[in-house]
Design a protein around this ligand. Structure first.
Ligand code: NAD
Length: 359
């Protein structure tokens, strides 16, 4: 992206969505100064899309997303639209399908600054990612039916669906600790056996990556008992849905976790893993770190600016260490106070860096 203007579609969504998006964009602006040039295109999505255009994913929103380099989403949904014929969450499924976002990537990280929030007493730091297949499997398979006496769901995977998400996991591992664990239920499920065959073939293309497998029940236990042994967990849609929430729980800080969904080409979508938190909307106390960390993830992955992402992460850690945190992390700071403290850290770090450089 050197010398180009990055195009970012911004979807603030509902309830706390706009509050945390404002924080994320303020941090993006602060870290970008003269270093990263971008243009924002903001559109309604979710409940906001229903209110303005009658549908959760209006045409203009989708068209902007398709033409962008990256999409930043805050959170959507909430009680206002619970009885709507077309619910806000439907927009999420639509945008994933339209942008072909077949891989969902969720980091689980317990850095020193965050260790005290984990319900697990950790000795070693935890840092792994879950790569979850997002657009197939039992949530989409047909037939799907229910009557008074029986119900059917169908778990179906094709070789190509498995191969493309496996490649994402191995490519990610190459930039990390070079270890992929594929999680399945190959002692019971036919689909898991297909996953084993296809993923072993992909693994052969990445000889530098250590590849192993784990049954999902064993993996669920290891995420609690020995999370430090994971680097990249690769898994199908439903197992990933469950394990990624378990992994979020061991950090003890739902309001801090970002995620990325991507396809092969086209824009990736970055968003916090939590919902729109209607219970705290409008109070000015939403934790902005999940959105700010999503901005950092976007800079690192879509725009290859790990330098700027690191500046954000270091500033976030310093602010957490200083105790300036929102009530969900046991503090009494507001969204604005946390955001301003991070921006201040970014400026101070840059100033110190420039001074040291001059000397
Ligand atoms: P939620 O994640 O919105 O909230 C769960 C709890 O976590 C609440 O107590 C909330 O206050 C707290 N919380 C979440 N994010 C926080 C933050 N940044 N700072 C401080 N506290 C935070 O889950 P929910 O209440 O079950 O769902 C609310 C709505 O969000 C529903 O309509 C749901 O469908 C929707 N939802 C949307 C997404 C998405 O946009 N991707 C994801 C999940 C749920």
């Amino acid at each position: 992206m050197t010398n180009q203007v990055a195009k970012i579609t911004v979807l603030s969504g509902d309830y706390i969505g706009p509050e945390i998006m404002k924080a994320g964009l303020a941090v993006l602006k602060a870290v970008s100064q003269d270093q990263f040039h971008y243009q924002i295109d903001e559109h309604p999505f979710g409940g906001a899309g229903i209110d303005q255009f009658g549908v959760p994913l209006p045409d203009e929103t989708l068209s902007s997303a398709k033409q962008s380099d990256a999409v930043l989403l805050a959170a959507i949904g909430g009680p206002k639209w619970d009885d709507a014929p077309n619910r806000p969450e439907k927009g999420l499924l639509q945008i994933r399908q339209e942008l072909n976002l077949f891989a969902n990537i969720r980091p689980t990280s317990i850095r020193a600054a965050m260790q005290r929030y984990s319900p697990i007493k950790q000795v070693e730091p935890v840092n792994f990612v879950i790569v979850r297949e997002l657009t197939s499997g039992i949530y989409f398979g047909k037939p799907r039916e229910i009557d008074d006496t029986h119900a059917i769901d169908t778990m179906r995977y094709t070789v190509e669906e498995i191969r493309r998400v496996a490649r994402v996991a191995f490519e990610m591992a190459m930039k990390r600790k070079r270890h992929v664990t594929m999680v399945d239920k190959a002692n019971v499920l036919a689909t898991s056996n297909l996953w084993r065959r296809v993923v072993a073939e992909v693994a052969a293309d990445f000889p530098e990556v250590h590849y192993d497998t784990s049954y999902v029940d064993a993996a669920a236990m290891k995420i609690i008992s020995a999370p430090e042994q994971f680097d990249v967990i690769l898994t199908e849609n439903m197992f990933g849905d469950i394990l990624s929430d378990e992994a979020a729980e061991i950090t003890g800080s739902l309001g801090t976790i970002p995620s990325m969904s991507r396809g092969t080409d086209g824009p990736a979508l970055y968003e916090p893993i939590h919902g729109s938190a209607p219970d705290i909307a409008g109070k000015g106390i939403a934790n902005p770190l999940s959105m700010i960390n999503s901005v950092a993830m976007m800079l690192a992955h879509t725009f290859d600016r790990s330098d700027l992402a690191d500046q954000i992460s270091q500033s976030v850690d310093a602010v957490i260490d200083s105790g300036t945190v929102t009530p969900d992390l046991g503090g009494n700071a507001t969204t604005n106070q946390v955001t301003n403290a991070i921006i201040q850290q970014i400026y101070e770090r840059r100033h110190n860096y420039v001074e040291n450089d001059v000397r």
